[in-house]
Ligand binder design. Structure first.
Ligand code: F0G
Length: 458
């Protein structure tokens, strides 16, 4: 007999959403320049643009917000956050920022000198932006499997140690300010690194005097995959695995808008007290005083509670990733090409294969995201040639191997029926894929172009 398993929560408050007509959506997507970032949320039915800041908070988080201490200096709420980060991740020094990119800005400016090289496991858009803005050059050292949409390797987030060694030997360890190690790599499709790899990279970096800085934004989801897939971890709790991941690093930047279950916030956490003091000096110039950075007292309360809640039991992450896998397997059953294994925070459609009648410079993923929106009001996001930007040397589009549409699942927000609506819509667009036309830029921003770019049909 089948025994079902359901989410470890029930719904206490609802937010009505509206259904729009196809006619309306055909007009709104043209007005939005075929860019789902430029749609208004009121024109969206099921919003899978991002899992960032879109979480439903718990009753405990909402009640914690009333305890927010809004003192300018030394707020109680700050010290609760320091304790939560210390207890869960083990880092001693906390620099609170308004969100992840605030932490990336500070870390990059402090550690990277012009001409330095920053190796990392694939790039994230804002992370690479800040590394380059500080004068660094990002070099991708992720395993080859990560760039292959058809590989089912269980740890596509791993760093390839041979690639890392080659970079360090080529430029010298003194030109490598740190290794940028992202957990559950977003741009690879939400794919984890194994604990063995995290340990090996840390050991290698130690020998060479190079710090390891995690992007621990989705360390929780990474920990879940380690528990499920890596030998020796089945009996470990999620809390233990998250802690062990962090133990193999010198610090981390975190966008708390994901794993940490809040709508805004982030932090830089380090072990080195001198680096922390320098970071605080930058914090007061760019974000706010060192005991609130970019957050209100109530935001820090909700965050401290969210950090503890995410690891309080293993059921939360099981339900979270389980929902993503449910959608992914429905699409696989419908024959839609998706990145496998299914990732932790979303399902990534292989737009390059789905729209193989388009050249990559006609932006298949951008066009597919727009077509899905028109079909059903489901909003996804391009993660391909538009997001990758232009090579600064040649000025050409980077044409990454992964040309994807990301359907990102907010935490604790949508039900299984919402997932059914999504898979049926994507299935239908897939059936009619030959009718989807390519796109060309009508406005192209200089940096992070995917946010504001506008397109028209080719
Ligand atoms: N690192 C990773 C891995 C991220 O996914 C993000 C944000 C950031 C850093 C930046 O953090 O947004 O708080 O400033 N990702 C969002 C997304 C925007 O939709 O994937 P932020």
């Amino acid at each position: 007999m089948t025994r079902s398993w359901a989410e470890p929560w029930k719904i206490k408050m609802v937010e009505p959403i509206t259904m729009t007509t196809r006619d309306h959506r055909e007009r709104t997507i043209v007005d939005a320049g075929y860019n789902t970032f430029l749609l208004r949320s009121e024109d969206v039915y099921i919003d899978l643009l991002t899992d960032s800041g879109t979480t439903a908070m718990s009753d405990r988080q909402w009640s914690a917000m009333l305890l927010g201490d809004e003192s300018y200096a030394g707020a109680t709420s700050f010290y609760k956050l320091v304790d939560a980060v210390h207890d869960v991740y083990g880092y001693e020094e906390l620099i609170p920022t308004h969100q992840g990119r605030g932490a990336e800005h500070i870390l990059s400016q402090l550690l990277i000198k012009p001409g330095d090289v920053v190796p990392g496991n694939m790039y994230f858009t804002t992370t690479r932006y800040h590394q380059e803005a500080a004068g660094g050059r990002f070099v991708d050292v992720i395993v080859d499997e990560a760039h292959d949409p058809e590989s089912i390797f269980p740890f596509k987030g791993n760093i390839d140690l041979d690639k890392l060694r080659a970079v360090v030997e080529d430029v010298g360890s003194d030109r490598v300010p740190y290794v940028s190690f992202e957990t559950n790599v977003n741009m690879a499709g939400g794919q984890p690194a194994s604990m063995a790899n995290i340990k090996d990279v840390h050991a290698y970096c130690r020998e060479n005097g190079i710090p390891v800085m995690l992007d621990a934004t989705r360390a929780l989801e990474n920990a879940y995959f380690i528990q499920q897939r890596e030998k020796g971890y089945a009996g470990h709790s999620i809390a233990e695995i998250v802690r062990e991941i962090a133990d193999h690093s010198d610090g981390a930047t975190v966008s708390s808008k994901k794993d940490n279950l809040v709508n805004i916030g982030g932090f830089l956490a380090v072990r080195d007290p001198d680096l922390a003091m320098k970071a605080r000096a930058m914090l007061v110039a760019f974000e706010g005083l060192h005991t609130y950075g970019g957050m209100a007292g109530r935001d820090m309360e909700a965050l401290a509670e969210g950090i503890r809640e995410m690891v309080a039991n293993d059921d939360h992450v099981r339900a979270r990733v389980g929902q993503v896998e449910y959608l992914g397997h429905q699409l696989i059953d419908a024959g839609v090409p998706v990145i496998q294994p299914i990732g932790g925070h979303g399902v990534f459609l292989d737009a390059g294969r789905i729209l193989d009648h388009l050249d990559q410079d006609e932006f298949p993923a951008q066009a597919l995201a727009a077509a899905i929106y028109v079909d059903s009001g489901v909003r996804g996001m391009e993660r391909g040639n538009v997001s990758a930007g232009r090579d600064p040397e040649t000025g050409e589009n980077r044409r990454p191997k992964l040309e994807l549409v990301r359907l990102t699942i907010p935490r604790r927000v949508y039900t299984q029926s919402h997932m059914d609506v999504v898979s049926e819509s994507v299935g239908e667009v897939f059936e009619n894929r030959r009718s989807v036309q390519g796109l060309k830029f009508s406005y192209e921003p200089d940096s992070l172009r995917f946010f504001q770019a506008r397109f028209s049909a080719v």
